[in-house]
Structures are given as C-alpha cells and as structure tokens.
Ligand binder design. Structure first.
Ligand code: SF4
Length: 323
C-alpha cells in the first residue's frame, strides 16, 4: 500500500479557525474541516497579524498613481508596506509548505478576481486582481497547489488540488533521503498519473531516470523536479484521463464479464459528460485491482492519488473555468 505523507498546508485563518474577519466572524468550510485530519495546517491572517485588530474597518485595493495600494477607506490608513513586510517575514519563516487554501475575494488573501477600486469613496470597482498576500503566494509558489475555498467547492478543481497536493508532498519527501531507488520507484508508481497529466513530460522524466547513473543524484533530482512541477501545474484534460482509464480497463478485459465492461463504459460516458467526478470510474477500477490482485496497478497512484476518505462527489458547479 502506498504511503500517503502529511502535507503542510497554509490556510486563511478565518476559514473556520478563528473569528478574525473585519466583522469578527469566521467562515467555517466543510472541505477545510475534512482535510484537517490528513494535513498539518499553518494558519495565517495577514490583516490581524499586522495589528489591524478585530473588529476592524474593512480594507480594499485601490488603484492610484499607476499602482495598486491596500487601504482602509474609513481611516485613510495605507497598510501596503506593513502587509508586504509581513508577507516577506511570513514566507521567510516557512520551513516547508506543500499547498495553500486561501479565502476567496479578500483584498489580502484572494488569489483571483478580487475587486480593485479607483478610489476610497463610494465608487464602483474598476477591475479585478489577486489580493496582496494571495498574489505573492501565486508568484512565489508556482507549481504548488494554490486554491481558494470557493473554487474548491467544484469537484474537478478539488480533485486536481488534492492530487497535486499529495503528489508534491510525496515528491518532497523523496528529497529528505534522496536515493536512486527512491526516484525510480517514484517514477514507476506515478507512471499512469503522469501519463494522464502530460505524456511528453512523463517520457522526458523517464529518460532522466533511465540515464541517471552517470550523473550526481542532486543534479538528477533538480533536473527531474523542473519537469515534474511543470507537468503538475496544468490540470489533465478529460480525454487524457479517459485514455488512462481505458488503459487501466485493458488489464482486466479478459477477467470481467461483458456486462461489467458495459457498466464501466457507461460510467466513463457520464464522466466524459461532466456528470460525475473522476473518482467514480477510478473506484470501479480499484475494485478490479483488489478483486484480481494486480500488484502493479495497486502501486499506481493514479487510482488513489489522495486518501479515499477525501473523495466527495458534491459539486457547487462554481469555478469551472480553471485557475
Ligand atoms: S481573508 Fe485573510 S486577512 Fe481576511 S480575515 Fe481571512 S485570513 Fe484574515
């Protein structure tokens, strides 16, 4: 059975940890709660942590003199520098991080679509951007899973987030005790998962592993990493998943009945139409892996890239447009 390491996740504190919002409230989130058992959370509330207090007058992003500032319209205080300094020191103190869940629409934590205003008075917003803290996260941690709680209510986005989160964590764990065997096993155990993300990158990574004996292990890891993060940063296409699922079905075509095969293909159609998440056809294949004792497929992370307890097929339908 594959070992599922515990990821380190930075999370906005108002998402159920503390009543630190400007209005002294918090916003509990079911997904954040459910994930807690499987990750180590490090909470952050940049606005509170720079001393704005609770409750506080709301802040907003204001575009003036050709730059965006973070201001508190009611008091006229500009907190841009304080927030940027805090952000720098927060990241400097982070020993390790594998992913982020940040509060949507916040001028501080938001990662996208945060309103930007042309002034501090009663004016309509004039644009959208990332918040100050959320924007820095996107710049600094490209390649890691970074989402907001709103987008995570969509099952496709959630599946991709969880898949990268646990895969990146396993990959980082490799570097703690780096061995050639560890890299070979990683490439082998993730073969189908990588195939679903990007076949070209998967082959390049396979070649790096295949020819690694003539190179230093650190150099190999660094070379492999750049392709790994590049590959994981783009969600797989529906069609790639279907191809890999069909590939998986091929292992059992001589063992299952025609009605079982038909049922699987119908399920695949429903997945193709966006009516069910990937975890449903995966679950069927996993039942074959158990029933027919396929040792090779049992090791493939594609069939269980994250803990099964986190599979949740509800979908708000929000946020389908991707990051
Ligand atoms: S969105 Fe960020 S800054 Fe605002 S209350 Fe939540 S954690 Fe604090």
């Amino acid at each position: 059975m594959l070992r599922l390491a515990k990821p380190e996740v930075v999370v906005s504190r108002c998402l159920g940890f503390e009543s630190c919002r400007y209005n002294a409230q918090m916003i509990p989130n079911k997904f954040v709660e459910k994930l807690e058992k499987f990750v180590n959370y490090r909470t952050v509330c940049p606005e509170y942590d720079i001393g704005l207090g609770v409750p506080r007058a709301p802040i907003r992003m204001v575009f003036r003199s050709n730059e965006t500032r973070l201001v508190q319209p009611l008091t006229g205080v500009d907190v841009t520098e304080r927030l940027l300094e805090f952000t720098e020191s927060f990241f400097a103190g982070l020993e390790r991080v594998d992913g982020f869940i940040l509060k949507s629409a916040s001028p501080t934590c938001g990662i996208k679509d945060v309103k930007v205003y042309p002034g501090e008075g009663k004016v309509a917003s004039s644009g959208r951007d990332s918040g100050f803290f959320g924007g820095t996260v996107l710049e600094r941690y490209c390649g890691l899973p970074i989402e907001d709680e709103g987008r995570l209510s969509n099952f496709t986005i959630r599946e991709h987030f969880l898949t990268i989160l646990f895969t990146v964590t396993r990959f980082r764990d490799l570097s703690i005790n780096l061995t050639r065997k560890g890299l070979v096993d990683f490439q082998s155990d993730n073969k189908l998962l990588f195939m679903s993300y990007n076949q070209n990158e998967m082959r390049i990574m396979g070649r790096i592993i295949g020819k690694m004996d003539s190179r230093g292990i650190e150099e190999v890891y660094s070379d492999y990493s750049s392709h790994f993060y590049k590959m994981m940063s783009t969600p797989p296409k529906h069609t790639s998943h279907i191809n890999v699922l069909m590939h998986g079905l091929g292992y059992f075509s001589n063992y299952i009945s025609s009605s079982e095969k038909r049922f699987f293909l119908e399920t695949l159609e429903r997945y193709r139409d966006g009516k069910i998440p990937l975890s449903v056809p995966l679950y069927i294949l996993r039942s074959y892996i158990v029933a027919f004792d396929s040792e090779y497929l049992a090791r493939q992370t594609f069939f269980q890239p994250y803990p099964a307890e986190l599979i949740e097929i509800t979908d708000s339908g929000k946020g389908r447009s991707g990051k």
